[in-house]
Design a protein around this ligand. Sequence first.
Ligand SMILES: CCCCCCCCCCCC(=O)SCCNC(=O)CCNC(=O)[C@H](O)C(C)(C)COP(=O)(O)OP(=O)(O)OC[C@H]1O[C@@H](n2cnc3c(N)ncnc32)[C@H](O)[C@@H]1OP(=O)(O)O
Length: 170
Amino acid sequence: MTSVEEILATWLDKFKPHEDGALLPPHHDHCLACGPDNPHGHHLVVHRRGEEVHAVHVFDQRHVGAPGIAHGGAVATVLDDLFGFLLYLTGAPAVTRQLEVRYDSPVLLGVAYELVAKIVRAEGRKLFVEAEMRDTSGGLVAFASALFLRVDEAHFRQGASNSPPLARPI
Ligand SMILES: CCCCCCCCCCCC(=O)SCCNC(=O)CCNC(=O)[C@H](O)C(C)(C)COP(=O)(O)OP(=O)(O)OC[C@H]1O[C@@H](n2cnc3c(N)ncnc32)[C@H](O)[C@@H]1OP(=O)(O)O
């Protein structure tokens, strides 16, 4: 597991401008939603698309709620993390202060969904953001809105000495 200091050493580089269409970097390698090295994670892959961020995502059995259907918390995790990629377009880190998810239809396991997020407005430290999740027919299955608040590096150092063991060995 990479330390907070190691993550912070390269963290601000991620906020340098990304070209339209670029693959955006994961928040860090073990991030629950986008970290490629987290065996429990969603491995979310996100691209910039104009002033929005875009992903195609498939939930699997690790994210099951009702049989065959993604857990609502798993869906919220992915939507929250997608907002975290918008931050790369703003040039500054922020964290979720409030997240609201509307579940319009079941999100099925093994099915591809398209996710798009955008910044609705910025007021000082506050970023108001929205995201949609649609099925391949274009039907809206989930909608999320959130308030993110800009923070400095000290915010992330709060967890620096806190690395509890895994509940079960991987
Ligand atoms: C190593 C790198 C890895 C980095 C890895 C990053 C991965 C990203 C993953 C996705 C995102 C996440 O999951 S982030 C993780 C989940 N989130 C968190 O852990 C955050 C926990 N909460 C906090 O630490 C704190 O509450 C903060 C820092 C968010 C905010 O505290 P604060 O700085 O004291 O700010 P606060 O006073 O509460 O509010 C500031 C302003 O916002 C307003 N405000 C507050 N709530 C609301 C609201 N619902 N609607 C409107 N406005 C509101 C207040 O009135 C105030 O306005 P005014 O008076 O100023 O006008």
